[in-house]
Design a protein around this ligand. Structure first.
Ligand code: AHR
Length: 662
């Protein structure tokens, strides 16, 4: 190289050196865990909204199986040439059976298949799978001769795709349950079911039911396996159930009462679902709660998927957006008793009255309930007065039971401030905060919990979701902007695990043909299910929870919005891994040198799970279910320097796991 060239090279190098910015350093203190991350940290919120239970996880395919909807034949239509006045009647045995008063009375007279029958339309159709076994059952009473039912599955064109015959052999004056199974011969997302009558004489029918064989854990009369699998895959720390506003009910009469949701199905008294008529813009007149899924099934679900059960009970107040009915304080006893009995139902041994009930339902072992919510979105001094009575009674008998208490509907404002103050004075175990807000709110609030009192009540971020438009707007989308802003916000929840002990996105499920509220974490139709980008964010947090928080700073500050980066770090004691979570909300690639202070020896290979999309409007759909979904790759770790060079893609959420080798 001649001298001139050498000089030119030197100048160029100097110029490059003087303009290049050093990669900012982010320090993670690996040797000093800051706080425990509770096993309950990331959970799910389940409510029967959007056809979440009936028409959702509850795999019953027959709508209005016991004719108890306001319009008794809603979901059913009468068929056949012998369909004349009075051949099919709805009888009401109100005085004798107040829980399941109605049944169907069918008059047959030399009736054959095709002469007289009923069609059930299912929940926006029935999802039928080719080759799958279907279990039909019915309660009947008849003295007719030669009585039979012919059951047919139909495709959308009305052609049979599976059929069977069920003889109704027992002709006496008693009700009998009878079942038959058969296989479908084709797949159909919008199927129907016909039940044709044969015989001569009167046939009484009730609880006409159809379940697929492939329920969760193959339990007869169980839950939709594909939907539950989505939850199981998240490994949630808890399941909050059964809501939500349905706990409160439109009025007290329609509140959720757990004791009415256990035991024989035909004795579980149906109520109208308060989401049936809540939104004039999304009426759902066929939305009722049959309670085929009741508290026993919810406890069992929690046990199946390794989640802590978190039941929420009515506190003696109906929904304050609706009737705002109150139970007078001196009449609150039955409500408090329901709570105390629920604890015994879940935890008592089989010698206790309610433990015995649980054992009789097939679960002698306790469910080990540790958390209980009193009230959903209740507010005002009326709530505090009632809560105090619950708190006193429950703690007197079960001092270790952790009570979840409502801070109302919003994360700020007069209502919130009042409740927050009172709840802290009452030494509430967990304060349930709700925030349905725009994505910007989530970014602005990444430091919300940095200054919360570490020694006071803990926080349950119980219901929240970024709203791309506004709360209760039908235009809200589960888009990548919302999911990314939630991912960013959640770094703040994790960083503050010393005070935030639980968090859940809401609502959980939506039936694409029958929803009232959007956005929702998981969308389904009769045969399919997909997770939204928000689902993948929740799942990534839950699967990468760790056991302790670690200090993670740039220039001695947590990364909570500087350069549009949001980050947190955790230690996983079980696997000896450092887990980093970084949301890059900007539209440019950014680099950070992560310095792992105090780590002894590092595995030179780290794991990066990347969730990203260049389009903030991107969504997932049935057709493109993994449009925004995580991708794994290996990244190098400088084991000698104890550093990792992170390249953060624009509009991305990265989860990095680095193993500390002992
Ligand atoms: O998640 C939907 C509803 O939002 C819940 O039922 C209620 O608690 C909140 O207002």
């Amino acid at each position: 190289m001649n001298n001139l060239l050498k000089t030119a090279c030197l100048l160029l190098t100097t110029a490059t050196l003087s303009t290049a910015q050093p990669t900012p350093v982010v320090k993670v203190n690996v040797s000093q865990p800051v706080a425990d991350i509770q096993p309950t940290m990331w959970g799910v919120f389940f409510e029967d909204i959007n056809f979440g239970a009936d028409g959702g996880i509850y795999a019953e395919m027959v709508k209005n199986r016991s004719f108890e909807f306001y319009r008794p034949l809603m979901g059913w239509s009468v068929q056949g040439k012998k369909n004349t006045e009075g051949t099919i009647l709805v009888e009401n045995r109100q005085e004798k059976d107040t829980r399941n008063p109605r049944f169907l009375r069918v008059a047959t007279n030399n009736t054959n298949k095709g002469d007289l029958g009923l069609t059930n339309e299912g929940f926006r159709g029935m999802g039928i799978k080719n080759g799958l076994r279907y279990d039909f059952s019915v309660m009947y009473r008849t003295q007719a001769s030669n009585a039979k039912l012919h059951v047919e599955l139909l495709n959308a064109k009305g052609e049979p795709i599976g059929q069977t015959t069920l003889p109704l052999n027992q002709s006496d004056n008693n009700w009998h349950k009878q079942a038959v199974s058969f296989n479908a011969t084709a797949t159909e997302p919008k199927g129907k079911m016909n039940v044709w009558f044969e015989g001569t004489g009167v046939i009484d029918l009730d609880m006409i039911s159809l379940f697929p064989e492939d329920t969760w854990k193959k339990r007869p009369g169980g839950m939709r396996a594909d939907m539950i699998q989505m939850l199981a895959d998240m490994k949630p720390g808890f399941v909050r159930f059964p809501g939500g506003c349905i706990v409160e009910g439109f009025d007290l009469d329609q509140r959720y009462q757990w004791k009415k949701t256990i035991g024989p199905l035909e004795e579980r008294q149906l109520v109208i679902n308060r989401w049936n008529f809540e939104f004039a813009h999304r009426p759902t007149p066929d939305y009722f709660q049959t309670f085929g899924l009741g508290f026993f099934e919810y406890f069992q679900l929690c046990e199946d998927i390794g989640a802590e059960p978190l039941p929420i009970l009515n506190c003696g107040m109906a929904c304050q957006f609706n009737t705002a009915e109150l139970v007078p304080l001196e009449q609150l006893d039955p409500y408090v008793q329901d709570a105390v009995d629920l604890i015994e139902f879940a935890n008592g041994d089989a010698s206790t009255p309610w433990g015995k009930v649980r054992a009789s339902l097939g679960h002698p072992k306790p469910f080990n309930l540790k958390l209980l919510g009193v009230g959903n979105e209740n507010w005002g001094p009326q709530y505090i007065d009632r809560l105090a009575i619950f708190q006193k009674a429950i703690k007197a008998k079960y001092p270790d039971m952790k009570l979840v208490c409502s801070s109302g509907t919003d994360p700020n404002g007069e209502r919130f401030d009042y409740l927050n103050g009172k709840l802290r004075d009452m030494k509430a175990d967990l304060i349930d905060e709700h925030y349905y807000r725009r994505p910007e709110w989530f970014l602005e609030n990444a430091r919300r919990y940095d200054n919360y009192d570490r020694n006071g009540s803990k926080i349950f971020a119980g219901e929240w979701a970024a709203q791309s438009d506004k709360t209760v707007s039908v235009n809200n989308k589960n888009n990548w902007l919302c999911a990314l802003s939630e991912a960013a916000f959640m770094t703040g929840l994790e960083r503050n695990a010393a005070v935030v002990n639980m968090a859940s996105y809401a609502p959980l499920f939506a039936n694409a043909d029958a929803w009232q509220w959007t956005p929702d974490l998981i969308w389904v139709d009769n045969l399919r299910v997909y997770g939204t980008p928000n689902y993948y964010v929740q799942k990534l947090y839950s699967l990468n929870k760790g056991t302790h928080t670690l200090k993670m700073t740039q220039n001695n500050e947590p990364l909570a919005g500087q350069d549009s980066l949001y980050a947190s770090a955790a230690w996983d004691k079980a696997t000896s891994e450092v887990i980093l979570k970084v949301a890059n909300v900007s539209d440019k690639t950014q680099t950070r040198q992560i310095q792992l202070d105090g780590a002894k020896k590092l595995d030179p290979k780290g794991k990066l799970t990347l969730l990203k999309n260049d389009n903030l409007d991107a969504v997932n759909s049935f057709e493109n279910a993994t449009n925004v979904s995580p991708v794994d790759q290996t990244i190098p770790v400088d084991a000698r320097k104890k550093t990792v060079a992170l390249t953060l893609a624009p509009k991305s959420f990265s989860v990095v796991r680095i193993k500390v080798v002992q």
